[in-house]
Structure formats: C-alpha cells, structure tokens
Ligand binder design. Structure first.
Ligand code: SF4
Ligand code: SF4
Length: 162
C-alpha cells in the first residue's frame, strides 16, 4: 500500500506515533518517513538529540519522544514534508498541528482553510493560528483541529486556491 500509493497504513503509523501517555504530555513530533532514501537533515536539525543520529545516510529517523519538546524546528528541514508536531493538550476540544506548507500564497493567521487527509481528501474546515515564514526553507502552519482528526490532518488547502 505505502509503496503503491505513498499513503501509510495503520501498521506503518503505529511505528511512528507516540503512545497515549506521551501524547497527553503536550507537543511532540511525528515523523511519517517510511522510505529509505539518502536524506538526513531532520537528524541534524534537532539540537536536542531527539532524532537519533543516523549511522547511515539511508537510515529512517528514530525519535526519542522523551527528549522532544515539540519545538517544530525539524519540520522545515525535511524535503519530504514528512514531519508534523501534534499538541493534544491544546484545549479541551481541539488539538494543534504544526505542518509543513510550501504552496503560495500562504494563508493568513485567523483564516479558515480546508484540512486535508493524507490522501488529499477534505476532512473539514480548520483555523490557522500561526504562520511561520522561514527564509529558504519550508514554512510552518499551525492549525487548530478537532481532537478526532489530529492523527488524520496532514495538509491544508486554502479556499479559492487550487
Ligand atoms: S520537534 Fe524539536 S525537539 Fe522534537 S524532534 Fe523536532 S527539532 Fe527535535
Ligand atoms: S529529512 Fe524528512 S525525508 Fe529526510 S530522512 Fe528526515 S524525515 Fe525522512
């Protein structure tokens, strides 16, 4: 499934999602990188050592969730747009997702956008709460989503744009 469609299965995701206890503690990274390719900027970008140093350039990232603060620095370093930060503690009803976004023009803070599943299907509307523009790297959008969709929303579409 993953090789054919590029969409991870529940089994794939189970290997990269922190356990309920860690999720309940606040912001934490989720790295949905499953293909062994020569690429390692994520591990280099994390100054807290939460992404273990690669022994080989083709290694897959391994996260020490106890070291991760959910800062999001690694998100903009990833050319595969495979890194997200989830904060399940954001509010009683909503989770916060930080996700990479390369399309222009960028949405604005406070704007409602379409929240998309991994396959590009629309899950609903969600509010942009922060837009972090990063020179020469991927921008980061922070999005409020219902808790029930926090493990599904992985990109956005700005209304009125393709
Ligand atoms: S979110 Fe921050 S602390 Fe966590 S892995 Fe990424 S860079 Fe490291
Ligand atoms: S930078 Fe992104 S694509 Fe490259 S190994 Fe890390 S997570 Fe995978």
């Amino acid at each position: 499934m993953l090789k054919r469609t590029g969409i991870p299965t529940d089994d794939d995701l189970e290997k990269v999602i922190p356990d309920e206890k860690r999720l309940a503690q606040g912001p934490v990274v989720i790295i949905e990188c499953f293909q062994k390719i020569p690429c390692d900027p994520c591990a280099i970008s994390c100054k807290l050592g939460a992404i273990k140093p690669f022994k080989d350039i083709n290694d897959l990232p391994i996260v020490d969730f106890d070291k991760c603060t959910g800062c999001g620095t690694c998100i903009s370093s990833c050319p595969g747009l495979a890194i997200f930060v989830i904060d399940e503690n954001y509010s009683d009803e909503k989770s916060l997702i930080k996700l990479p976004h390369e399309m222009l023009p960028l949405p604005e803070k406070g704007e409602d956008v379409y929240a998309l599943d991994r396959d590009g299907s629309i899950l609903g509307k969600a509010k942009v709460v922060r837009v972090l523009k990063i020179k020469n790297k991927t921008n980061i959008i922070s999005l409020e989503v219902p808790k029930s969709t926090a493990m599904k929303v992985r990109s956005i579409k700005v209304e009125g744009r393709k």
